[in-house]
Design a protein around this ligand. Structure first.
Ligand code: IFM
Length: 454
C-alpha cells in the first residue's frame, strides 16, 4: 500500500555553504575557522580542504536547475557568515550578500521554497581569534549578522534556521577538537554551548525584527541514545549522554532552563558562571518549528575503563559507546529507521505544541560512477525509503512533522573526513566538477512527484 504524506508536507534537500561552495577567496569573502583548520596539517583525511568543494559558488544556477528537475518543494542551504561579514562584524559585504540574493531568486524562479540556515559552522576566523564561541561577544555578533541577512533576504526567505547542530560546534569544536577550531578545552566547550544558545535567542529576535513574518527554527542533532542494559549504571550513563548531548540545548531553548543533572554532572569542570541573569529568558524565544537531524542510534554503558581522553562528552567522559552493529553506512553508522520514529514521538510527547521537521537524513556509501554514466546506489534508496516510512509512522501517531530534507543534494566536503564520504543524491565528480544523477536521485524525484512512498 502506498503511504501518502499530508498535502503541505515539504520534500527537500539540504546542503551547507562550506561543504559545497568553494571560492573561498571570491568577492571579498574572509577566512573562516574551517579554512584555517582544513589547511592545518593532519586535520582532514587526505589533506582535503573546502577551497574548491563542489564549486557551487560558480555553478549555483545549474545546481538550482538540478533541484528543479529533482522536483523538491524546498531547498535548505546555509549562508556563509564570512561572505557576508568577512571579519564577523561591521558593514555587510555587498558582493557576498548578492550571491544569496541571486540564489533565492533562482529558487523562486523554479518555485522552490528557500530554507536558510544562518550558521552551519563557518565562524569568521577573526571572531575565533577574539575568543570564539566560548566568548559571549560572539553571540552578539551573531545577532547582528542574523539581522543583516534577514533584512536582505527576509522578503523571500520565510523559514530561518538560526543554527545547525550547535552540539557539533561546541563539543567537536572545543572539546574533542576534531572539528574547527580544534580546541580541547572542556570548560570552554560548555561556555560555547551556552553562547550558541544565546546566539540563537538573540538571532531569533534579530530575524523577527528584520522580517516580521519570519518563521524561526533551530536544527539539532538530537542523539538517539539507548542504555545497553537495564542496569542502573547503564541507565545513568544514558541519562548523562542525553543531558550533555540533547537537553543542554532542548531545555534552555524550549523551557528556559538548564537541566539540574547536567549542572551536577559538569560541576567539576565549570561553575557555569557564564550564564548571566536574563540569558535564559532571551534563549527561550518562541519557535515556529524545531529541525531534527537524524542518522543513527547509539548504545551506551557505564565503562569500567575510566575516563577517555579528548572526548566530546564533557561530564560524561567515562561513558562507553558500544560498537554499532551492522549493516553500517560508509560512516560506520548503524541503520535504524525506528530510531527516527522514536525520536520524533519522544519530542512530541514532551513538547506537544511544537511542529517538527527532519532537517537532515541520509547516508554515505562508497558510490562509483560506472562507465555507462550510472551511479547504482540501492543501499541509499533502501536507507531513505525506510527512514521516510519511519517518519510516516510518526505522522500516523499524530506527530506534527512538516517536512523532510535529504542530506545531501550532492556529494560534498564531509568535514574532517574530507571528500571520501559521499552522502549526495547527486554524484560529484571532483575532477571535472560535474554532477551525475544517482539512482537514489531518480527515486527521490519519483517520490517528490507522487508524494507517496511505494
Ligand atoms: O555533513 C554533515 C552536516 O554538515 C551536518 N550533519 C551531519 C552531516 C553528515 O555527517
Amino acid at each position: 500500500m502506498a503511504v501518502a504524506f499530508p498535502p503541505a508536507f515539504r520534500f527537500g534537500a539540504a546542503t551547507a555553504a562550506y561543504q559545497i561552495e568553494g571560492a573561498v577567496a571570491a568577492d571579498g569573502r574572509g577566512p573562516s575557522i574551517w579554512d584555517v583548520f582544513s589547511h592545518a596539517p593532519g586535520r582532514i583525511d587526505g589533506g582535503d580542504t573546502g577551497d574548491t568543494a563542489c564549486g557551487h559558488y560558480d555553478r549555483m544556477p545549474a545546481d538550482v536547475a538540478l533541484l528543479g528537475d529533482l522536483g523538491v518543494d524546498a531547498y535548505r542551504f546555509s549562508i556563509a557568515w564570512p561572505r557576508v561579514q568577512p571579519t564577523g562584524s561591521g558593514k555587510p559585504n555587498p558582493a557576498g550578500l548578492a550571491f544569496y540574493d541571486r540564489l533565492v531568486d533562482e529558487l523562486a524562479a523554479r518555485g522552490i521554497e528557500p530554507v536558510a540556515t544562518v550558521y552551519h559552522w563557518d565562524l569568521p576566523q577573526a571572531l575565533e581569534e577574539a575568543g570564539g564561541w566560548p566568548d559571549r561577544a560572539v553571540a552578539e555578533r551573531f545577532a547582528d549578522y542574523a539581522g543583516l541577512v534577514a533584512q536582505a533576504l527576509g522578503d523571500r526567505v520565510k523559514l530561518w534556521c538560526t543554527l545547525n547542530e550547535p552540539w557539533c560546534s561546541a563539543f567537536l569544536g572545543y572539546a574533542s577538537g576534531v572539528h574547527a577550531p580544534g580546541r580541547r578545552e572542556p570548560a570552554a566547550a560548555l561556555a560555547a554551548a551556552h553562547h550558541l544558545n544565546l546566539a540563537h535567542g538573540l538571532g531569533a529576535q534579530a530575524i523577527r525584527a528584520a522580517a516580521a513574518d519570519a518563521q524561526v527554527s533551530v536544527v539539532l542533532n538530537v542523539h538517539a541514545v539507548k542504555a545497553a542494559s537495564d542496569s542502573a549504571a547503564d541507565h545513568a550513563a544514558c541519562r548523562r549522554i542525553d543531558a550533555v548531548g540533547n537537553r543542554i540545548f532542548l531545555d534552555p531553548l524550549l523551557d528556559g532552563s538548564y537541566p539540574e543533572d547536567l549542572l551536577a554532572d559538569t560541576a567539576g569542570i565549570s561553575d557555569w558562571s557564564f550564564v548571566r541573569d536574563g540569558d535564559l529568558a532571551l534563549i527561550r524565544q518562541p519557535l515556529d518549528l524545531l529541525g531534527v537531524n537524524y542518522y543513527k542510534t547509539d548504545t551506551v554503558r557505564a565503562a569500567a575503563a575510566g575516563p577517555a581522553a579528548n572526548t566530546p562528552w564533557v561530564g560524561a567522559d567515562d561513558v562507553e559507546f558500544l560498537p554499532p552493529t551492522g549493516p553500517l553506512t560508509d560512516m560506520g553508522w548503524n541503520i535504524e529507521p525506528a530510531g527516527l520514529t522514536g525520536l520524533l514521538a519522544g519530542l512530541h510527547a514532551r513538547w506537544p505544541g511544537l511542529p517538527l521537521f527532519v532537517a537532515e537524513n541520509g547516508a554515505a556509501f562508497p558510490d562509483r560512477l560506472d562507465a555507462d554514466g550510472q551511479v547504482r546506489d540501492p543501499q541509499r534508496i533502501d536507507y531513505l525509503s525506510r527512514h521516510l516510512e519511519a517518519l510516516t509512522a510518526a505522522l500516523a501517531a499524530g506527530v506534527p512533522v512538516r517536512g523532510y530534507f535529504a542530506w545531501s543534494l550532492m556529494d560534498n566536503f564531509e568535514w574532517s573526513l574530507g571528500y571520501a564520504k559521499r552522502f549526495g543524491l547527486f554524484y560529484t565528480d571532483y575532477a571535472t566538477g560535474e554532477r551525475h544523477w544517482k539512482d537514489s536521485a531518480r527515486w527521490y524525484q519519483k517520490l517528490c512527484r507522487r508524494r507517496a512512498l511505494p
